[in-house]
Write a protein that binds this ligand. Structure first.
Ligand SMILES: [Fe+2]
Length: 405
């Protein structure tokens, strides 16, 4: 049954005070990469409909504060990093990572006893660094622990990050992750059609899905598939790979793995952090993390680049549903049972938060988080579909690692 407009709004609106916005504010979300702050220590961030400024102070502390100075509303993205925080560029008011105003140079000089600065605060949220990424938490205190997913912690892998701005709501990106069948039709069918139009050979060989299944576990949902020609003990069917609730897809195998966060920027934009790891071969030296910014659609949702990789085919499907999919017009079939399960889980967890409870996957016990949270995953369908190497993230190409997979 199609949703009502109100049911669709409840699942897609992410701003402060909305039901989904409140649920998403109970999780840590990536907002950038450490190497981006090496390049420029002050950066604009838009997350869950809030405009913010991410910075690294001269002493190396990270901060995430409101986008406007409370003095005369100049953008803090023009701020200047200081030992103790970030100074507004206009009159040099200094704010720390907790949002306190530490200095007002002119006011402190003229009327030091007034301590006007004590009356001034800027919005501030906690940030933490892990695995080359910077994560932010916009919810109520006490914040849960930042999850130590294995790929963020392992020390025998190289890392690459693609940051992809996507001009549509996050839910259509996530629905795609609960829809294994699209691999056969979007990636093999539609994908190969586009290669043919470009005069190029097919990038993969279609394989038929015999069955799909979904298993809820403590951090999300494992999705499994059985393809024609695969044995019942195939890892695609016995293990599969998980969506970590609420907005993280985990893919790959023992050698080439990935974490794909679909971070809601606002109601009509998503930022995908496509984090790829590759296990180093014995004796291979570590490579620094690479960061690549990739735009496939412009602000008018017009295609501005070639559809020449698997992930780009996904992005086309998401954006081509519109800024926010009109779910009053959908006709879901039995093949969409994963999407129906996901929406039910989102609604249940919205209700948990409304009751004052922690939602699914909240980690508060350090013993659960240390040294890392290992995620089982398989990716045999890459072989079943005979996917050409150049369809994969750059880090994975020509990189059949030595360790057993
Ligand atoms: Fe896909």
């Amino acid at each position: 049954m199609a949703k009502t407009a109100a049911q669709n709004d409840r699942l897609t609106q992410v701003g402060p005070g909305t039901p989904m916005g409140e649920l998403l504010r109970r999780y840590w979300h990536p907002v950038g990469a450490t190497v981006q702050l090496d390049e420029n220590p002050v950066r604009k961030v838009r997350l869950l409909g809030e405009d913010l400024t991410l910075f690294r102070s001269e002493s190396g502390e990270f901060g995430l504060v409101g986008d406007r100075c409370p003095h005369r509303c100049m953008a803090m993205s023009f701020g200047v990093p200081d030992e103790r925080g970030l100074r507004c560029g206009y009159h040099a008011w200094l704010f720390d990572a907790q949002g306190n105003c530490l200095e007002q140079p002119w006011e402190d000089r003229i009327q030091p006893e007034a301590r006007f600065r004590d009356k001034i605060k800027i919005k501030a949220y906690p940030v933490q660094e892990l695995g080359g990424l910077i994560f932010a938490y916009l919810g109520p205190q006490p914040a849960p622990l930042l999850p130590r997913w294995d790929l963020l912690v392992l020390d025998d892998v190289d890392r690459g990050l693609d940051i992809q701005p996507i001009p549509c709501n996050f839910l259509q990106c996530m629905d795609n992750s609960f829809d294994p069948l699209h691999f056969e039709f979007l990636h093999a069918g539609f994908g190969n059609y586009h290669f043919k139009r470009l005069g190029l050979p097919p990038a993969m060989t279609p394989a038929k899905h015999l069955d799909i299944a979904f298993d809820v576990f403590e951090y999300g949902v494992y999705k499994r598939r059985l393809l024609e020609g695969q044995a019942l003990d195939s890892a695609d069917w016995t293990i599969g790979h998980p969506v970590i609730f609420p907005v993280l897809l985990s893919i790959g195998d023992n050698n080439r793995s990935g974490l794909h966060w679909r971070v809601p920027t606002d109601d009509t934009h998503t930022t995908q952090f496509l984090y790829s790891t590759r296990r180093r071969k014995p004796g291979e030296s570590a490579r620094p993390m690479t960061v690549n910014y990739e735009v496939l659609f412009d602000e008018n949702r017009e295609l501005v680049d070639a559809i020449d990789r698997t992930i780009k085919q996904d992005i086309v499907a998401w954006v081509a549903q519109g800024a926010v999919t009109d779910r009053t017009q959908e006709h879901l079939s039995p093949g969409d049972k994963g999407i129906i399960l996901y929406h039910k889980m989102l609604n249940e967890n919205i209700d948990r938060v409304a009751r004052g409870e922690d939602p699914m996957g909240t980690i508060r016990d350090p013993a659960e988080n240390e040294p890392m949270i290992e995620i089982k995953r398989s990716r045999e369908h890459d072989k079943a579909f005979k996917i050409r190497d150049d369809m994969e993230p750059a880090l994975w190409q020509n990189a059949e690692a030595g360790a057993a997979g």
